[in-house]
Design a protein around this ligand. Structure first.
Ligand code: DQA
Length: 145
């Protein structure tokens, strides 16, 4: 049994009421339940967190190096701005899967670039909350490969 960190960045605490046409109507609590069930299917457990602060995401990635087998991360808008997140993921050496609820490539041009993707084990976007489950499935396969 492994622990998977599921980390969520800024504004994702507002899911369920935030731009529901783009992000869907599930709350972050609903997504946590889906992730827990997806991980359980593979015999894993999750540690699910959200923060609005970039440095806290960096701290949690560092922590994951010792405490988790892998990470699923939706970095929110820090996806498009954060060299610090890219450096942290590069430094920890465990698989990190990037997930986005929306298809970032079908949206504004500033969302088309991700600092996280070049250091991610895989990337999922556009499948809404289902993407988190798929990310956990993908990570579980990577952990046994
Ligand atoms: C997001 C996409 C980002 O561009 C945006 O800033 C978010 C959410 C997504 O899940 O689709 O906050 O990561």
């Amino acid at each position: 049994m492994a622990t998977v960190y599921v980390l969520n960045g800024p504004n994702l605490n507002l899911l369920g009421s935030r731009e529901t046409a783009v992000y869907g109507s599930l709350t972050l609590g609903d997504i946590e339940k889906l992730c827990a069930a997806a991980a359980k299917k593979h015999g894993h457990v999750i540690d699910f967190r959200q923060t609005n602060h970039e440095g806290e995401l960096v701290d949690w990635l560092h922590e994951a190096r010792d405490k988790a087998a892998g990470v699923v991360i939706n970095p929110g808008a820090y996806t498009h701005t954060s060299i610090a997140l890219q450096d942290a993921i590069r430094a920890i050496g465990i698989p990190v899967v990037e997930v986005h609820l929306s298809n970032i490539f079908a949206r504004e041009e500033f969302r088309h670039h991700s600092y996280v993707s070049p250091v991610a084990r895989g990337v999922l976007c556009g499948f809404g909350a289902k993407g988190y489950e798929l990310a956990i499935d993908g990570l579980a396969s990577a952990l046994t490969a």
